[in-house]
Ligand binder design. Structure first.
Ligand SMILES: [Zn+2]
Length: 401
């Protein structure tokens, strides 16, 4: 029997802030036994032993979730030539980068990571390595490789499929090992014109077949999707999650709300290009498009939350200019900038994605397993302060950060 007591001034349970501390969170064998006020006299006899370790924090919350990243990519690498050469290195070299990225996520307080695709399977390798690790490490959900149409966007993360038969065969292959199915539904944004290149890769009928095939295998689908044409396909076909979703509209949001389709808006990859246009060399027209796209995104993300769409925090870290770990904190701040409350933003980065993905609930409640981080001070008093968790706890393992 291992026991531990966490003493904290306040905590966020996954949905709500509890700010009238101090509190004592009692843990036994990696499970939350109870949450009491700060008075040592109220401790049950089992927890009165002076040998029981006591950890302090100003603020405690469930471990963060990164809902969209590419573990094999270093988002901090800004040299386009180096980035393109990197695509030719060995899988073993990519795994070195990915392992570092997993550790960076952990240091930021991220305990559950959903990778969003790579065609080498570095993501699957990380999932396995972390599952087998004796150390305290994040859990990884991995789709392996995604699907895309021949010669369309997504070469680094998608297998080419053309006919209905090929679609069904590929999905059956991929989901032998994939936790979810990644779909490359559209192209990427052309910032020079401020539009998404080309028609959606899959039409409504094909997308319905994709969703149905994955669902028959008990798996969710998540789609790279930006631009109105693609968003309309995603909404009508009932994909489980829209990733990026730039050029969103109220009409599409109504369908997402009705069907409870998730949206992972990934502000970061567009925001960083707007904030530092010289890195790529964007001219004034393109910078104007970037700003317009961001303005629309802020507006629609807020609208989506108000309409009851399950909006989830994910950063697309690994993408150009989007560093692992910190980008999740940036995304939370973009939610705040959109006018969303910190409680809702943190819910979108903890409890909500775990529920959508049917992962174990780790909200701070008696009976739930421990997957917690501690910070020196509450972000509810100063959300502009640098984000630095001081410890992480998973099960009965405790680690200072
Ligand atoms: Zn991505």
């Amino acid at each position: 029997m291992t026991r531990r007591i966490l003493q904290t001034n306040s905590y966020f349970d996954g949905t709500e802030l509890h700010a009238n501390g101090p509190y004592q969170i009692l843990i036994e064998d990696g499970v939350i036994q109870g949450i009491l006020d700060g008075n040592p006299d109220v401790l049950p006899p089992d927890f009165k032993n002076a040998d029981i370790p006591v950890e302090q924090a100003g603020f405690v919350m469930p471990g963060l979730v990164e809902a969209h990243c590419h573990l094999f990519l270093d988002g901090g690498e800004l040299d386009l030539k180096k980035r393109s050469n990197y695509m030719k290195v060995s899988k073993a070299e990519m795994a070195v980068v990915a392992r570092q990225n997993v550790q960076t996520n952990l240091a930021t307080g991220i305990t559950l990571i959903r990778d969003a695709g790579d065609r080498w399977g570095v993501n699957h390798q990380m999932r396995q390595e972390m599952a087998e690790s004796d150390d305290l490490v994040p859990e990884i959900r991995s789709p392996g490789i995604g699907i895309r149409k021949p010669k369309r966007y997504g070469g680094f993360m998608g297998r080419e499929v053309e006919t209905s038969d090929e679609i069904v065969t590929a999905i059956n292959d991929i989901l032998e090992t994939g936790d979810e199915l990644k779909v490359l539904l559209t192209g990427i944004i052309d910032f020079e014109t401020g539009t998404v290149k080309g028609a959606p890769q899959f039409d409504v009928e094909e997308t319905k077949l994709i969703v149905e095939t994955a669902h028959e295998l008990g798996r969710r689908t998540f789609a790279h999707c930006s631009g109105l044409a693609g968003l309309e396909v995603a909404a009508e076909a009932g994909l489980d999650s829209v990733e990026h979703g730039f050029f969103m509209t109220r009409d599409v949001l109504e369908v997402l709300a009705e069907k409870q389709i998730a949206w992972v808006p990934t502000f970061s990859p567009v925001y960083c290009q707007w904030a530092e246009p010289d890195n790529i060399g964007w001219d004034e027209t393109s910078v104007g498009h970037l700003r317009e796209i961001l303005d629309g995104h802020f507006e629609h993300v807020k609208m989506a939350v108000d309409m009851g769409v399950p909006v989830v925090v994910g950063s697309d870290s690994g993408s150009y200019g989007v560093p692992h770990g910190q980008a999740v904190i940036d995304e939370i701040k973009f939610f705040l900038e959109a006018g969303i409350s910190l409680e809702k933003a943190l819910n979108a980065a903890t409890s909500l994605p775990r529920r959508l993905w049917a992962e174990t609930e780790v909200d701070i409640k008696p009976g739930n397993p421990v997957e917690l981080i501690g910070l020196a001070a509450t972000p509810f008093e100063n959300n502009a302060a640098p984000w630095q968790p001081s410890w992480v706890m998973m099960g009965d393992e405790f680690q200072t950060l």
